[in-house]
Each structure stands twice: as structure tokens, then as C-alpha cells.
Design a binder for this molecule. Structure first.
Ligand SMILES: [Zn+2]
Length: 300
């Protein structure tokens, strides 16, 4: 059995919301098996919304969840960190509607989870294993998932900008590969979009401390963390958005020019196509991360 996990002890951090600009304190708290990831608004008397595709609402350059009067924005980077470190069950408590952006990546959340420690529970984790291909296309944006023995992601981006004409990367996910190759890739924004976003009341907390800002000729930040940090961040985003399925995936996810709206619509579509997947338990040997690793590597 590959047990579900939670964190060992409660832990907190503080930051600001990328879009709201509000100060926020985020606390992670241990939770029981099969309770999943739940966001709790301490400032609304503890009202909760589950991290589930059915609650997606308010996609505006970030992924938001809504249920009745509860709203939580910009959940994707934290969700990517939780699913990639195999944290199945946790309460995420906030005193404001937006998850703090931290440095624009998932690395600070990885650090937070590692500081809290990981606690195995006594209930088996179930993975969603893809049995046949599924896809969703909207204009020139496309996302699909194919059967595979592992969770793999291939992402490609193409922007009308010399630095971002084409970037593509494939990664087989494990706890280690996520931490080393994806978690620290930061969000990015085009300078000529910043003013328009701010007029819409978005990106109010954005700065060079929490986003790569791209001008016509280059980046305003000192340096990139990876040559292809942009596509790595898109992989981070799609992992976080697909985590709203509520179970770790076994399949090869392939996306081209996606965004949060496409990712989360696809998560809901996958859940609805119940004949295209099955739930499986991991192998006993799969003690680390969310990805079964006992089977031999298949080159494809
Ligand atoms: Zn992002």
C-alpha cells in the first residue's frame, strides 16, 4: 500500500496576494485521511472550500475557487507543491481571499511543507490512472492526456516575443524532479500587459520580487533561474490546476499554449469521463512522492 499523507505539524507563512496586493497569512494544518485539500477562510469564521474542480470560479490570470460566500484565489502554485510532495490531506487556512504569491514560484511552499514534515496515514492513496486518451481544444490552445505508466508532462508555449517564440519540455514527475526542475520556476508577465491588468484591479501586488517581467527586448529582472524558466512555470501551473482532480494522476499530460481556464476545464472534463480512467493503489515500493516508480522505464 502507498499510504495517504498529511503534514506532521501546523506551520505558517506570510506574504502578499499577487493580484489583490493584500497582506495574507497562510497556515497549513494536518488533516485526516480522505479529507483532501481544503481552503479555510479564518476571516470568514472558518468557512471552507474544497480544492476540487467543481469549485473552480473566477479564472483571471490565476485559478480561484468559490463555494457560496467563500472565495480563494491563486491556489495553483500551492496545489502543485502539495500534490508533488504527496500531501493528500491538509487544511490551508487564510485570513484574506488570496494565497500569497511569495517569490512567484512553488519553492517557498516546498520549503514550508518540508519544515512541517510529512506524516503517513493508514489509508491507501488512490491514483487516477488514464485508460484512453482525452483532449480539449480551444482555438490554438490544446491539452490532452494519454495512458502512461507514470505521471509525465509535456508543455509547449509560443508567444509573439523573441524570447518566447517556442519553448517545450517533457518531464517525468517525481518528488525529486518536481523540486529540482520545476518548483522554483517563477510566474511571468509581459510589461505591456501590466498596466491593463492594473486597470482591472489585477497584479496589484506584482513586482520584480515575485514575477519575471518581460519587456520588448528582454527581462527586467537580473537573471532567469533556468534558460527555459517560462515553460517550466507553465508545467508548474498545469500540475497545480490538474491537482483539482483530487487524486494524483498516472498518465502523460500534453499541453500547448494552455492557461488556467483551459487547464481547469480539462480537469473537470477528465473527472466527468469516468469510463476513460480507473482508480488504482500505488505499489508498496512507491514510498516517495505521488508517482509509482516500481515499473521499469519505458522509452517513448
Ligand atoms: Zn503560475
Amino acid at each position: 500500500m502507498n499510504p495517504q499523507r498529511t503534514i506532521r505539524r501546523s506551520i505558517s507563512c506570510a506574504g502578499i496576494g499577487l493580484h489583490s496586493g493584500n497582506k495574507v497569512t497562510l497556515s497549513l494544518k494536518p488533516a485526516a485521511a480522505d479529507s483532501g485539500v481544503r481552503f479555510r477562510r479564518a476571516d470568514l469564521g472558518g468557512l471552507e472550500v474544497a480544492a476540487a474542480a467543481e469549485h473552480v470560479g473566477g479564472i483571471n490570470y490565476a485559478t480561484g475557487l468559490t463555494r457560496d460566500a467563500v472565495r480563494v484565489d491563486t491556489v495553483e502554485h500551492l496545489m502543485a507543491a502539495l500534490v508533488s510532495l504527496g500531501i493528500d490531506n491538509v487544511v490551508v487556512e487564510l485570513n484574506s481571499p488570496e494565497v500569497p504569491i511569495m517569490d512567484g514560484s512553488a519553492a517557498p511552499f516546498i520549503y514550508l511543507i518540508q519544515e512541517a514534515g510529512v506524516k503517513p496515514l493508514t489509508t491507501a492513496r488512490k491514483y487516477l490512472k488514464v485508460l484512453r486518451p482525452m483532449s480539449l481544444t480551444r482555438g490554438d490552445k490544446r491539452i490532452a492526456i494519454y495512458p502512461s505508466d507514470y505521471f509525465k508532462v509535456t508543455y509547449s508555449i509560443a508567444y509573439d516575443h523573441p524570447m518566447l517564440r517556442h519553448q517545450s519540455r517533457t518531464i517525468r514527475l517525481s518528488e525529486e524532479t518536481f523540486v529540482e526542475e520545476i518548483a522554483s520556476a517563477r510566474t511571468f508577465i509581459f510589461l505591456n500587459e501590466v498596466e491593463r491588468l492594473r486597470q482591472q484591479g489585477l497584479a496589484l501586488g506584482g513586482s520584480l520580487e515575485n514575477a519575471i517581467v518581460i519587456s520588448d527586448t528582454g527581462i527586467l529582472n537580473n537573471a532567469l533561474r533556468f534558460d527555459d524558466e517560462f515553460v517550466r512555470h507553465k508545467i508548474l501551473d498545469v500540475i497545480g490546476d490538474m491537482a483539482l482532480i483530487g487524486r494524483p494522476l498516472i498518465g502523460h499530460l500534453v499541453a500547448h499554449r494552455g492557461g488556467h481556464a483551459l487547464h481547469t476545464a480539462f480537469a473537470a472534463q477528465v473527472l466527468a469521463q469516468t469510463d476513460a480512467w480507473t482508480l488504482v493503489e500505488g505499489e508498496a515500493a512507491d514510498l516517495r512522492g505521488t508517482v509509482p516508480s516500481a515499473a521499469p522505464v519505458r522509452v517513448s
